[in-house]
Design a protein around this ligand. Structure first.
Ligand SMILES: [Zn+2]
Ligand SMILES: [Zn+2]
Length: 90
C-alpha cells in the first residue's frame, strides 16, 4: 500500500487527469467537487525491477471504497485485479 503512494504513482494519476472510479464509475469531482482518486497497481509492485518506471496503464484509478474492496478480495481470494473487477462490475 505504501508503495502505491510513490511519486511515480502520483504523477501517473495527474497525467490520467480523471477522477472517475474504474469500478463503480463514481466521479469524485462531480460528486464531491474534489480532484481525488486513488491508484491501484494492477501487477504487484514486488514484480517490478528497481528501474521500472510505472506507466499509467499499469494503474487502475479507483475510489477509496473500491480500492479497499479490491485489496480485501486480493487478500481473501488471491485473485488478480482483472478477475476481481469481473466479479465486482456486473
Ligand atoms: Zn469505486
Ligand atoms: Zn491498491
Amino acid at each position: 500500500m505504501l508503495a502505491e503512494r510513490s511519486k511515480a504513482v502520483a504523477s501517473a494519476v495527474k497525467c490520467a487527469n480523471s477522477w472517475v472510479c474504474e469500478i463503480c464509475s463514481l466521479d469524485f469531482y462531480d460528486k464531491y467537487n474534489v480532484k481525488y482518486i486513488e491508484a491501484h497497481h494492477k501487477t504487484p509492485i514486488s514484480t517490478y525491477s528497481a528501474k521500472y518506471s510505472i506507466r499509467p496503464q499499469d494503474l487502475a484509478l479507483l475510489c477509496p471504497n473500491c480500492h479497499r474492496a479490491v485489496h480485501i478480495h486480493m487478500k481473501n481470494s488471491g485473485l488478480e485485479y482483472d478477475e476481481i473487477v469481473k466479479l465486482l462490475v456486473q
